[in-house]
Each structure stands twice: as structure tokens, then as C-alpha cells.
Design a binder for this molecule. Structure first.
Ligand code: GLC
Length: 520
């Protein structure tokens, strides 16, 4: 794929660090993270050893879904700074050798977006056709579709008597991607940010833009939240041409600009259809994120992913955490045990071939925060009457230094309360501290294998061992013990016991290059 003596594209084995902008670093003391805050912490990311950052939406937004309800795609929300702050931040990032990708939210706008305001104010306004309005049926909504955030996916526009579609909150009306105007507008938006120097885009709900015009019934029950294989009306064939056009736009620019699609389905064969050579370069792979701490499960995910994506020449991507899911140590049981497993998973994540995503705070071993109901903000919590707690617990701001209430995140009151016992988890407390999760990430990022070589090695049930060239990654998932492979120990996620890996422990070992025991 690299052909013609060109260096391999940077995104093929990059580590991208996800910045949830509200929660990363606050530069002006209003308790909300912002672009100047990010800029001030770029040296930390450089030193951590990641290749680039992905910023969640920082565009003007009423904030019903914290920025995923965009009211202007070509500006910066005053809460996060200005376009000049963006330019200064990206210039510094590039000087430090960090790539910058930004989130693009094409499935829906904010209900405060000028287009939607026009559409509601006057049903004959041309902007009405940029959204999905339909007459109701039997006095109710046009279909029984439910929103991913709970409740119906249709809201009545009382003035006209028609209903509009929203897969998420009612403040996030879905665009009609069959309308060529919508397509043109987004091409303009992509160019706006490409001209400003972004290295790529993370495409929000990339599988959902076109809806089946017949609006077939959804298959219920929804197996798991955020699990989209059931959405029969999505994944429409029109997406491929759209992403081909988007790819051609990115390819007009120097520097391997890229797209990573959020395609919320587990089946990697289906995901692979979107990352064929002339479509998006990458798609998130949520299969590891849904997998249990179980060696056979994880191995199955790795094999299926590699074979499905290898077939189209795209690199695999690996994700354990993001701003939509419960923090990994908590998913793995919480406490010391959960953290131990999450640290082992970090060595797995950073040893696998392809592109890895690290979510802010993952490198600190943060757990999900149990928040009181009164401070919760996620629309999921409200639209399900608290049945689903929502995602606030993984969005609590990053602790940088010192103590409560704000641990150096802000000089004001943090927008979500931070646990008083985070003192030992701050960046400052973990820096230089032997055995800390932060130092584990730093060591692994410095020694991370690059390239595509990968081979399983035989190993007992409950364990995973594979070689990346002369680096061997051994993970004892649940077995009683796993002998450390021969060679020089590079990094271990926890202490070894009598020279072997106890359960929930991983290690990287540098061999002399002999690979006698490899299996294909
Ligand atoms: C994506 C985002 C999520 C957001 C949703 C609606 O899944 O990751 O945070 O709420 O899209 O835009």
C-alpha cells in the first residue's frame, strides 16, 4: 500500500490521544476545559509519546450533548476559545511533531443551527429539506424508531403538525443526506478545517448518515447500548460514494490527511467495507471494547479484526476507552483487580499492529466516577429517567497536580466534581513514580513496535502471546501463571512472581530475533 518508495502513511501505526475538550485542561478558570488549556499541555503529550491528538467537538454549540450538537461548523465556541486559539494550538502541536484530528458531526446539527431554525420558522424554506420531516401516523410518530439516547426518535413540530427525526436528543435533528445541498455544505466544512491544517477527521456516527427511505422497523430489543448491528435502516450503500468523495478531498492536500469513522458495529467484515483503499482510512474497532477479560474472546477479536481489515489493506484500530463508555478499570471489576487488568490491557493495546487510541486519563488509570444525580449532565440520564446513568462518570476532568477540588485542572470550580481522593493519581504524582500507570504508558509508548509484523506464539489457555518482530508481548489474562518468554524484559504491567506473570499481568520481552516457536 505504500508503494513507490513513499514512507508509510503516518496513520497506519499511530497512537492517537483522545482529548475530551471540556475535561482536559482549563486555561481561563471558568471550570471548563478549552483550547488554550490544551495548548499549555501539549508538551505533556509529546513527552508521553503519542503521535497525535483527536479533539472532541469545540464548535459553537448550545451543549445539549456537550458539543455533539453543533450550531456552527466553522467556528470555535466561546467557552473553548477562538479560531485564533485553534490556530495557535495546532501550530504548537505541529512544532512538537503531534498530528491533530478534529471531530466532524455530520449526522445531525444542533436545533439552534441556522438551517434548523429556518426549517422550523417556515416549512416552505429550502432549509426544511435539509432535515427529515414526515407526517405522523395514527396520531403518533411516523415510525416506532427509538433514539439511541432513549425515548422516541421523532419529535412533533407543533406548528406544522409534522415530525422530525433525531437519532439522539431532540436538540440534535438528523440531516437528510439524500439532499445534495447537505453534501455540498459538508464538503465546504471539510475544506475549511483542512485549509486550517488539520491532519484529519474523526467522523461521528459515520454509519448513520443515510436512512433507508422506507423507514423499516428497527429490530428490537437493542442488544447493548452503543451497539449498532441492529440498525437495519442505517449502513446504506450511498455512504460508500460519499466517503470516496471525502477521501478525494483529503487527498488533494499534502500530508496524508485522514478520516477515522465511528462505525458502531462489532462485525469487522462490515466495518471493512468503509475502509477500502478509496474510502476512509480507518474505522474504530469497538470489538475489544465490548470483549470480556477472557483470552479466547480477545484472541478471537484480534484474529477476526486482522483478517477482515487485512482483506481490504486497512490497518486495524484498537480502542479500550473513549468518552462514551465506562472506564476500563471499572469495567474489569474495579479496585486493584480492575486496575491490574487495565494495565495489562494497556500493554496489549500498544503492542497490537495498527492504530491505537488512548482516552485522556486512561494513562492515569482513572476509574469511572460515581456521581450524584444532581450533577449529572448527560442527556442519556434524563431521557431514560435515570435508568441509564450515562457517560458523565468517564468525563470527569483530568487531575494534573495538587489536591481537591480541582487538582490543577482549573482555577475555578470544575464543571463536574472530581473525587477528593485523586491526589495520588494526578499527572504530577505519577510522574517519575516507579510502577505508576503513567510511567507504564510512557515506557510502552517509547518501546512500542511499529510496522505490520505479527505472529501468535503457542501459549497455555487463558493467556495470549505474540511476537512483533523481536518484541514479544505476553499477556496472562486468567491463567494461574505464565512463564515469561525468554529474552530481555522491556516493560511489565505489574510485578512478576518467581519470574512468571501472575493473572492479569502483561510483559514485553525483547528476544534475540529467533522465532522458532511461532505459529502462523
Ligand atoms: C457519537 C459520540 C457521542 C455523541 C453521539 C451523537 O456516538 O461519540 O458522544 O453523543 O455521537 O453525536
Amino acid at each position: 500500500m505504500t508503494g513507490g518508495g513513499r514512507p508509510p502513511e503516518w496513520w497506519r501505526d499511530a497512537v492517537l490521544y483522545q482529548i475530551y475538550v471540556r475535561s482536559f485542561a482549563d486555561g481561563n478558570g471558568d471550570g471548563v476545559g478549552d483550547l488554550p488549556g490544551i495548548r499549555s499541555r501539549l508538551p505533556y503529550l509529546r513527552e508521553l509519546g503519542v503521535d497525535g491528538i483527536w479533539l472532541t467537538p469545540f464548535y459553537p454549540s448550545p451543549g445539549h450533548d456537550h458539543g455533539y450538537d453543533v450550531s456552527d461548523y466553522c467556528d470555535v465556541d466561546p467557552a473553548f476559545g477562538t479560531l485564533a486559539d485553534f490556530d495557535a494550538m495546532i501550530a504548537d502541536a505541529h512544532d512538537l511533531g503531534l498530528r491533530v484530528i478534529v471531530d466532524i458531526v455530520p449526522n445531525h446539527t444542533s436545533s439552534e443551527h441556522e438551517w434548523f431554525r429556518n426549517a422550523i420558522a417556515d416549512p416552505s424554506h429550502p432549509h426544511r429539506k435539509r432535515y427529515v420531516f414526515r407526517p405522523g401516523r395514527d396520531g403518533g410518530p411516523p415510525t416506532g424508531w427509538t433514539s439511541a439516547f432513549g425515548g422516541p426518535a421523532w419529535t412533533l413540530d407543533e406548528a406544522s403538525g409534522e415530525w422530525y427525526l433525531h437519532f439522539f436528543a431532540p436538540q440534535q435533528p438528523d440531516l437528510d443526506w439524500h439532499n445534495p445541498e447537505v453534501q455540498e455544505e459538508f464538503e465546504r466544512i471539510l475544506r475549511f478545517w483542512l485549509d486550517r491544517g488539520v491532519d484529519g477527521f474523526r467522523v461521528d456516527v459515520a454509519h448513520a448518515l443515510f436512512k433507508d427511505r422506507d423507514f423499516p422497523p428497527m429490530v428490537e430489543p437493542v442488544p447493548r447500548p452503543w451497539h449498532g448491528d441492529w440498525l437495519v435502516a442505517l449502513l446504506q450503500p450511498e455512504l460508500h460514494d460519499l466517503y470516496r468523495r471525502w477521501r478525494a478531498i483529503a487527498d488533494e492536500y499534502e500530508g496524508d490527511r485522514m478520516y477515522v469513522g465511528e462505525i458502531v458495529i462489532e462485525n469487522q467484515e462490515r466495518v471493512a467495507q468503509y475502509v477500502r483503499p478509496d474510502e476512509m482510512q480507518l474505522a474504530f474497532n469497538f470489538a475489544l471494547l465490548f470483549a470480556e477479560w477472557d483470552a479466547a474472546d480477545i484472541r478471537g477479536v484480534i484474529d477476526r479484526t486482522r483478517s477482515a481489515l487485512g482483506a481490504v489493506g486497512a490497518p486495524a484500530t484498537w480502542v479500550f476507552e473513549n468518552h462514551d463508555v465506562t472506564r476500563l478499570p471499572t469495567r474489569y471489576g474495579g479496585g486493584m483487580e480492575g486496575l491490574r487488568r487495565a494495565r495489562a490491557a494497556a500493554l496489549l493495546l500498544l503492542a497490537l499492529p495498527g492504530t491505537a487510541f488512548v482516552y485522556e486519563g486512561q494513562e492515569l488509570g482513572l476509574e469511572e466516577v460515581g456521581l450524584p444525580d444532581e450533577v449529572r449532565q448527560d442527556p442519556i440520564f434524563f431521557r431514560t429517567n435515570g435508568r441509564r446513568l450515562g457517560r458523565d462518570g468517564c468525563r470527569v476532568p483530568v487531575p494534573w497536580e495538587g489536591g481537591p477540588p480541582a487538582f490543577g485542572f482549573t482555577s475555578g470550580p470544575p464543571w463536574l466534581p472530581m473525587p477528593a481522593d485523586w491526589e495520588e493519581l494526578t499527572v504530577a504524582a505519577q510522574t517519575g513514580e516507579e510502577g505508576s500507570t503513567l510511567e507504564l504508558f510512557r515506557a510502552a509508548l517509547a518501546a512500542r513496535p511499529r510496522g505490520e509484523e505479527f505472529a501468535w506464539r503457542e501459549s497455555p489457555p487463558g493467556t495470549l502471546v505474540f511476537a512483533r518482530g523481536d518484541l514479544v508481548c505476553a499477556v496472562n489474562v486468567t491463567a494461574e501463571r505464565l512463564e515469561l518468554p525468554e529474552g530481555e524484559l522491556v516493560v511489565a504491567s505489574n510485578e512478576l512472581r518467581a519470574g512468571a506473570l501472575p493473572p492479569g499481568t502483561a510483559a514485553w520481552v525483547r528476544t534475540d530475533g529467533s522465532r522458532a516457536k511461532e505459529t502462523a
